[in-house]
Design a protein around this ligand. Structure first.
Ligand code: ATP
Length: 909
């Protein structure tokens, strides 16, 4: 295992030599491939997973299943071989189904994990490329910036204001300043190896480059891998509640079963037969499969979400999505396309229009329709020079004039500036060769500016800065007017502010540019000292068109009772212009600036939070306050974010949403949902899916539980009435396996109802039995049980000497009643509200259940196993009529209940 201490006293050049890599161009593709083959993926090997066998064995660990197996064994010993074998076969089949479901759920969760895995920006064959972090090898040169999780152990060869939070490794939560120079050799503890960066730690500030010295299990993190593999619980609140409910149901079923067995024996039934029937009934009635079906329904829903470009990181959020009442969205990239294009340049004295197209023509710059040559204007040239040099994006061009083949890697705002520079012939690769960057004060959303210290080709030293106009203007004392530096008078200041407002109200995103000459002695001064007394140069306005699908998505949200709020770091006027265009801002809605927000107390904010549509010029810290105020006001909040500083708000929100493309690793890790395309409309799709999944879960819960209630009641009533057993153990187990299992699973994939996004969000504290599900379970269960018993009784009266016929009729009625009831579960309203043919899986499940029922009744080899006999047409008429009764009567019962409730309410009033 490599010791990372060995690298600290070497110069970066030596490190590169030792790692056999060109420190400028990185590894060649071939060499990287070779090393990857030798060393393997950059991964911490996962802790031992539960083996397939143990997952299978777990299926039998349920207490009641064990009791059933024991009872079966006894009946086998007593000579009832067919019964014993059949019961064991059914239990085994049940276990196989449970096993398949569990494996399926696990696989989809593993696939999810993979989808949200990190990437790294690496130099290969002289080009910066982005690859999955898993493919890094020792010797790779990587680029790191604020928000990244360091993907491997690295020796820094460049560090600009680089601060790394290493608490995952050292326990120290304060960020450590990193450097690239060598340290004296000594046994330096991990936390003090300032020129090293470790896998899994977080870049909190600045930028840097590092040579990978260790990957996968060879990293410091790999050494303590077993300590960090704490698995996060993926159980959702609903699953937890169902588990609790399961316990209650177990007790209730065992109690009822005991009563059934007791009364049966009292009425003279054979004790051991009653016992076996009782245990089978308990096994059938206990919805042990419920948590597994819920997991599968969640997992399938999550797969559908992936298809709609939303990646769920935390399963519980699937449920919360359906309760969201507010979506707080960033503007740039989420509501807009983040395809920035500079269209205006403005200096004191000139307003230049820039052609937004990127074709090969050369006349991009015009003043009042007259083509101008930007290089001839000192102000415009300086502005573009700052744009290109005070910039961390990378512009790659394949031919000098083929502008349309340019590729940008990095922040789109910065990319747009590089393109604007390129249009004027100020190419990044040329400029960065002749200018030398000495220091950098990186951009962050709080400072809203960035600056670099540079030496010009003639040896002069400059500070070049760009940033939010209102912020940068505060640091300016001079202005460049017609190529001359003059004092920035109040009048000029006002003129700049007016121009800024003017551009912003046209929905343009503006940046200001400033510079100053820096004396030799000043070069090491603090950032604050260097970033003052600047010379204001001008403004650049960029368009960032709204995403076309967002307007409709916001409308859908409004119909679904969900409010959309825009939170942006951008200027108020720009934000408002776009908010109006998208329909976020209503005429009565308020816009609040970050400053106004700072001046408000938490209480004031909470009182007004429902009236605010747009928050402009906010810092990431404000987001946390907004989330909290909304939550205090009773909202379930979905909040987007992409930067490091957004993480606390993302974490605090009920649904934290990170951006898949532009998001930092830190924000992704804090989130519960990642948007693969950074698109607001994807959040709306995810919410729709969230509601859909929850609806389906409610559907199969009402199906399964009502069916179970029916099964218990038919036996219970029969025993109370002193009738013989209406169903035999094997028949009960068959119903449990086939009739309960298949249609319930098919309900899990039922298509969404049309009104999914036309109703208000569900209350997050609402029970799964609310809104009629509990009522449905009790009434339908009662009716299914009674009607099956009715069919049994009528037949029994006809053929008192031939019990098997009555049992076959009761069995067929129970199965058919459940198969009809399954269609009633598909909608919150009546059975007739939905087209019964639009769920193919359900039709298939019902058809196969009917076929299997016919096979059990008419296929002679199965008859002795299931204790059935063929029944005639008259019996089938009875079966069909009694099996349809529950749903028909239920409609009547529903209306009676509704009337009673109305009358009751009227009386109360
Ligand atoms: P949103 O919060 O909707 O994503 P935003 O992108 O405008 O909006 P920030 O990224 O926090 O929010 O940027 C805030 C402001 O900082 C911007 O309005 C812009 O004026 C300025 N700014 C943005 N990017 C840079 C940059 N790379 N360098 C300097 N200033 C920048």
């Amino acid at each position: 295992m490599s010791d990372t201490n060995q690298w600290i006293d070497l110069d970066p050049e030596r490190v590169a030599q030792e790692l056999r890599v060109d420190s400028e161009k990185g590894l060649t593709l071939n060499e990287a491939k070779k090393r990857f083959k030798q060393i393997g993926p950059n991964q911490i090997s996962e802790s031992e997973k539960a083996s397939l066998l143990s997952v299978f064995v777990d299926q039998f660990k349920d207490f009641m299943v064990l009791v059933l197996l024991a009872a079966t064994l006894i009946s086998g010993l007593l000579g009832e071989y067919t019964d014993a074998i059949a019961i064991i076969a059914i239990v085994a089949l049940n276990a196989v189904l449970g096993f398949i479901q569990e494996i399926k759920a696990e696989k989809s969760l593993a696939a999810l994990k993979k989808l949200s895995s990190p990437t790294a920006r690496v130099m290969r064959e002289g080009k910066w490329v982005r690859i999955p972090a898993e493919e890094l090898v020792p010797g790779d040169l990587i680029f790191l910036e604020s928000g990244d999780r360091i993907p491997a152990d690295v020796r820094f060869c460049k560090a600009i204001s680089l601060r790394v939070e290493e608490s995952a490794l050292t326990g120290e939560s304060l960020p450590v300043e990193k450097i690239s120079s060598r340290l004296p050799r000594a046994d330096v503890p991990l936390g003090d190896r300032k020129n090293m960066g470790y896998m899994g730690t977080l870049v909190i500030q600045g930028t840097g480059m590092g040579l990978v010295v260790g990957t996968g299990m060879q990293t410091e993190m790999g050494k303590i891998a077993h300590l960090i593999q704490a698995t996060e619980s993926t159980e959702t609140p609903l699953q937890r509640r169902l588990e609790q409910l399961g316990k209650v149901l177990i007790v209730a079923s065992i109690f009822l079963t005991a009563v059934v067995v007791g009364t049966g024996i009292w009425h003279g039934q054979e004790m051991y037969k009653m016992f076996l029937a009782g245990v089978s009934l308990a096994v059938a009635a206990i919805p042990e499969g419920l948590p597994a079906i819920v997991t599968v329904a969640l997992a399938l829903g999550v797969q559908r979400m992936i298809k709609r470009r939303a990646i769920v990181r935390k399963l519980p959020s699937v449920e919360t999505l359906g309760c969201a009442t507010v979506i707080c969205s960033d503007k740039t990239g989420t509501l807009t396309q983040n395809k920035m294009t500079v269209t205006r340049l403005w200096t004191l004295g000139k307003e230049v229009e820039v052609d937004p197209n990127v074709s090969a023509h050369k006349d991009f710059f015009r003043i009042q329709n007259q083509v101008i040559s930007p290089q001839k204007d000192l102000g415009i040239t300086r502005l573009l020079e700052i744009s290109v040099l005070c910039n961390n994006a990378v512009l790659e061009r394949t031919g000098p004039d083929q502008v349309d083949t340019w590729q940008i890697d990095g922040d789109p705002t910065e990319g747009a500036l590089l393109v604007a520079g390129g249009k004027a012939g100020l190419y990044q690769d040329v400029l960065t060769n002749s200018w030398k960057r000495m220091r950098e004060f990186p951009f962050d959303s709080k400072r809203k500016r960035m600056s670099v210290l540079l030496t010009s080709p003639s040896g002069q030293c400059f500070l070049y800065a760009k940033g939010a106009p209102d912020v940068l203007l505060e640091s300016c004392t001079y202005a460049l007017v017609q190529g001359k530096v003059t004092h920035l008078s109040d009048q000029l200041r006002q003129q700049i502010q007016e121009q800024n407002e003017n551009l912003a109200s046209m929905a343009l995103r503006n940046l200001a540019f400033a510079y100053r000459e820096v004396g030799k002695g000043e070069q090491q001064s603090s950032q604050m000292a260097l970033e003052e007394k600047l010379v204001f140069v001008g403004l650049a306005g960029m368009i960032d068109p709204p995403r076309p699908e967002v307007k409709d998505a916001i409308e859908i949200c409004r119909n679904a009772g969900i409010k959309t709020i825009m939170i942006t770091g951008d200027h108020q006027a720009t934000a408002e212009a776009i908010a109006y265009e998208l329909g976020i801002k209503s005429t009565s809605g308020l816009t609040i600036s970050g400053q106004q927000l700072s001046e408000m107390s938490d209480e004031q904010l909470q009182n007004r939070v429902n009236e605010i549509d747009v928050y402009a010029r906010v810092s990431p810290e404000h987001k946390l306050r907004i989330v909290k105020a909304l939550q205090q006001a009773g909202h379930v909040v979905a909040m987007t974010g992409d930067g490091v500083n957004d993480a606390p708000a993302i974490k605090a929100a009920n649904i934290g949403i990170a951006m898949g493309v532009a998001g930092t690793d830190v924000s992704k890790e804090a989130s519960s949902l990642i948007l693969a395309d950074d698109n607001f409309a994807t959040i709306v799709s995810a919410i729709e899916e969230g509601r859909h999944i929850y609806d389906n879960i409610r559907k199969f819960i009402s199906y399964l539980l009502a069916s179970n209630v029916g099964e218990i009641l038919v036996m219970f009533f029969a025993m109370l009435a002193g009738l013989p057993l209406p169903l035999l153990p094997i028949q009960i187990l068959w119903v449990n396996l086939v009739t309960d299992g298949l249609p319930a699973m098919a309900l899990g994939v039922d298509p969404a109802e049309e009104n999914t996004m036309a109703r208000v969000p569900r209350n997050s504290r609402e029970s799964v039995f609310a809104r009629g599900v509990g009522w449905k379970i009790i009434t339908r269960g009662l009716l299914i049980g009674s009607c099956s018993l009715l069919a049994f009784w009528v037949t029994f009266m006809q053929y008192p000497e031939n019990l098997v016929v009555s049992q076959t009729v009761a069995f067929a009625t129970l199965v058919m009643a459940q198969l009809i009831y399954v269609f009633d579960c598909r909608s919150e309203g009546t059975i007739f509200q939905r087209n019964p043919f639009n769920n193919k899986a359900l039709l298939l499940a019902v058809a196969s259940s009917v076929l299997l029922l016919l096979a059990v009744i008419y296929y002679s080899p199965l008859q002795p196993i299931f204790h059935t006999v063929p029944i005639g047409l008259r019996d089938w008429i009875l079966v069909t009529v009694t099996a349809s009764l529950p749903v028909l009567c239920a409609g009547l019962l529903d209306s009676v209940a509704l009337t009673v409730r109305k009358v009751f309410k009227l009386r109360m009033n």
